[in-house]
Ligand binder design. Structure first.
Ligand code: DGL
Length: 269
């Protein structure tokens, strides 16, 4: 593969700012790679929308990133990965496509000696059963216990990462999953890595938390190496494109990214 092919950016996308948790992990794991991020901030949340609508939006975003000449596409949104990954693969025409569900499912199966895995996510992700299906393909003996946690997304966006309300909500949501004595818990939504300290408290130290942002970055590094597409030098360039710039966008975005966002471009659709 030529150096020119390797110098193209990685395209990462999400329904809003949440996918910046994946960008953050990518920046740490692959510091030389250019990244173009698209967040559909005008139409977020996706987690409560229908499959047909999510497929339609996903196709539009994929085409936008392909026009930016990306060398790899990463579906950072669990909800899109759960119900619209096929759409991305079809449009990508040979470009490697990774998603948080594939990475999270592999990591969970590898990290669960007791074969009892909990999965939390948005209602659309959990209803799709995508995590459980993928984990059963990888290991038919695993037992998967899923729970939708619709209140977590607004609580994280509110910045209530350690708030008592969030703790009570987590205790309520996790009770049935923890009762099954799971040995790992997949954080199946872009927003949940920000709740890690609180979830670790609620779930207990014996439950391993699977952060799909970190495992996706690891997976991306492997795939770039295999495809001969890893950049070997230069200074990374980051572009952030959104479909709307809501009031608290900068603050929320920086919380997810863990650093300053810089210039944010608004798409002209
Ligand atoms: N990005 C979504 C996910 O990972 C959460 C926010 C939304 O509902 O759009 O499932």
């Amino acid at each position: 593969m030529s150096a020119a092919a390797a110098s193209r950016p990685i395209g990462v996308f999400d329904s809003g700012v949440g996918g910046l948790t994946v960008v953050r992990a990518l920046m740490e794991r692959l510091p030389l790679e250019d990244i173009v991020y698209f967040g559909d901030t005008a139409r977020v949340p996706y987690g409560v929308k229908s499959v047909a609508t999510i497929e339609h939006f996903t196709a539009q975003i994929t085409e936008f990133l392909l026009q930016r000449d990306v060398k790899m596409l990463i579906i950072a949104c669990n909800t899109m990965a759960a119900v619209a990954a096929e759409v991305v693969h079809r449009l990508a025409a040979g470009i490697p496509v990774l998603d948080v569900i594939e990475a999270g499912a592999r990591a969970a199966v590898a990290a669960s000696p007791g074969r009892r895995i909990g999965v939390i996510g948005t209602p659309t992700t959990i209803n799709s059963n995508a995590y459980a299906r993928r984990m059963h393909e990888l290991d038919p003996t695993v037992r998967v216990y899923s729970q939708a946690c619709p209140l977590f997304v607004p609580l994280v966006e509110e910045g209530w990462l350690e708030h008592e309300v969030t703790r009570l909500t987590a205790q309520e949501y996790l009770r049935p999953v923890l009762a099954e004595e799971v040995d790992s818990l997949v954080l199946g939504c872009t927003h949940y890595p920000l709740l890690k300290p609180l979830l670790r408290d609620v779930a207990g130290l014996h439950v391993r938390l699977i952060d799909s942002a970190l495992t996706t970055a690891e997976f991306a590094a492997e795939r770039l190496q295999q495809a001969g597409l890893a950049r070997t030098g230069g200074v990374a360039d980051y572009r952030f494109v959104v479909s709307d710039v809501p009031l608290r966008f900068q603050t929320i975005g920086e919380r997810f990214l863990g650093r300053s966002l810089g210039t944010v471009e608004k798409v002209d659709w």
